[in-house]
Design a protein around this ligand. Structure first.
Ligand SMILES: CC(C)(COP(=O)(O)OP(=O)(O)OC[C@H]1O[C@@H](n2cnc3c(N)ncnc32)[C@H](O)[C@@H]1OP(=O)(O)O)[C@@H](O)C(=O)NCCC(=O)NCCS
Length: 173
């Protein structure tokens, strides 16, 4: 793997906004269940990313990217729980690798970078959910996350045709 896995600084996001929008459109277009249904558009993805980048600028979420030759091929977010009784917990969210760059270890490397940062900032309990049976589910299982349940019919599949279960995971660092 020749990619650099980096935590984005707020001042670096504007230059990567278009690439992040492209990764989200690409993932949904290829069937990922990440809160959107087809038809996916750059406008929907831009509206979502603008909210996420604003949260990043406020320090409410940390955004990691996998980059090579100035190209962003993957991203994941670490969202520290805002509740005052959960100073030790964070959510992992929007784990996306562009379809052109999958099966090279980027997903695993992004997760490991996010977990290392979580440990560094004292967030030692991580939680996430993903579509049951998805590539994400396999990735999290392989990285030692514990699945603690499934909710049937949790969300529509990306094509909007079927309600699919979600799997809920945690990891203690
Ligand atoms: C889930 C996702 C992030 C995985 O990204 P990825 O970069 O392909 O992940 P990895 O490369 O680490 O692992 C994927 C597979 O490639 C394999 N792999 C890793 N490095 C490899 C290499 N050098 N050569 C061949 N295969 C390799 C892994 O063993 C794994 O195999 P498996 O799926 O059969 O278990 C990606 O498929 C994706 O973005 N999907 C759409 C969005 C999504 O569903 N996100 C999760 C939402 S919660």
């Amino acid at each position: 793997m020749t990619h650099a896995i980096r935590l984005l600084k707020p001042e670096e996001t504007e230059a990567r906004r278009a690439a992040l929008i492209d990764i989200l459109v690409d993932s949904v277009t290829h069937g990922a269940s990440v809160n959107f249904v087809l038809p996916m558009s750059a406008e929907k993805a831009a509206a979502w990313w603008d909210g996420a980048l604003a949260g990043h600028a406020r320090g409410e979420r940390l955004i990691f990217v996998a980059e090579a030759d100035g190209r962003v091929d993957g991203t994941v977010q670490l969202i520290p729980a805002p509740q005052e009784n959960q100073p030790h917990r964070a959510d992992l969210s929007k784990m996306l690798v562009h379809s052109r760059a999958r099966h090279q270890g980027l997903g695993a490397a992004l997760m490991q970078a996010a977990e290392a940062e979580a440990r560094r900032i004292g967030r030692t309990l991580l939680t996430l959910d993903t579509e049951t049976g998805s590539d994400g589910e396999r990735l999290y299982t392989r990285l030692g996350w514990t699945k603690f349940g499934e909710v049937p019919g949790f969300a529509l599949t990306a094509d909007g045709n079927t309600r699919q279960a979600a799997s809920f995971f945690y990891k203690t660092l």
